[in-house]
Design a protein around this ligand. Sequence first.
Ligand code: MRU
Length: 349
Amino acid sequence: MKVGDKTYRTVDFDNGTIFLIDQNALPFKFRIIRSNTYLETCHHIKTMTVRGAGAIGATAGFAMAQAALQAPQQSYLEFINEAKKQIAATRPTAQNLFYALEKTYNSALISPQEAVKTAVEIADNDANQCQKIGMFGQELISTGCNILTHCNAGWLAFVDYGSALSPIYLANRNNKQIHVWVDETRPRGQGARLTSWELMNENVPHTIIADNSSAFLMQQGKVNMVIVGADRIAANGDTANKIGTLEKAIAAKYYNIPFYVAAPSSTFDIECKNGEDINIEYRDPEEVLYTHGLSHNRNPARVLSSNPGAKALNPAFDVTPAELISGFITEKGIINPDRTSIGILKISQ
Ligand code: MRU
């Protein structure tokens, strides 16, 4: 996607170096960070310089390729095994990370060059699949539609295009006169910071709302459909996505509003029988207690925005049961949230 006149990918790789759009600096500053070693890359995944299922998947693949390139010849296997462990330990929920890691590791067993080739293919596929998600998804969007989205499942969450936002970009380019309600997405504000930044860049009309406003807007008839992304989808269609997604799905069901999940097949995990098997990440409680932003003199600031000394709990994801989901928008088309359709999708992957 474009920023100004230049086309960027969220994650790029050249000659052993990974280039990441620094998502912790957005929307205030657009900058690219270079990562030269797999350990540095692990740090960037953990601290969310790069985030979003597809983007951390591609980054994990490149990190594995970096490890293979870095590994000393005499202890090659030992080195790449340790790297695989470290990369797997960065973030637990997004299936794309484990999908990319496994594939690139298997290629690293052949040679570092094979690992690089596989990691590049994974990143290219991610971008292509998201573009197709846009084409299938935009057919669901009618003219004048008010779409609600949660978190950031745009191009920043993938290598390019995005999942939930890809159909929105296409519908907007096709002059469908859409408008997007953007949940701010506490505690890290991926909606208010990243989704809004992306939509503004593409001139998509949108409004940021507090996380607790969506049921009210649905009750008032101001939401026509919901499109969200996914971090892991179990074999029965139960879907892990950013914390807060579940309550949007429950409210949408109550008000009879279509609720779609957009995701490439690399997010589906058929080893996971249902939502109970999905490992939910708990992050630092300080993310809940403190707020980040710009101070009055426009310097980056972190402020305590809760009762001093209070405890906080910070689950980063929740699981939406399949029965609340109207359909999955995938690169193969729209599929039903059931075992048979997901099985067929994985076979044709
Ligand atoms: O914690 P994050 O920002 O890495 O969370 C992942 C997400 O961006 C969301 O859950 C998103 O909606 C799905 S990822 C495409």
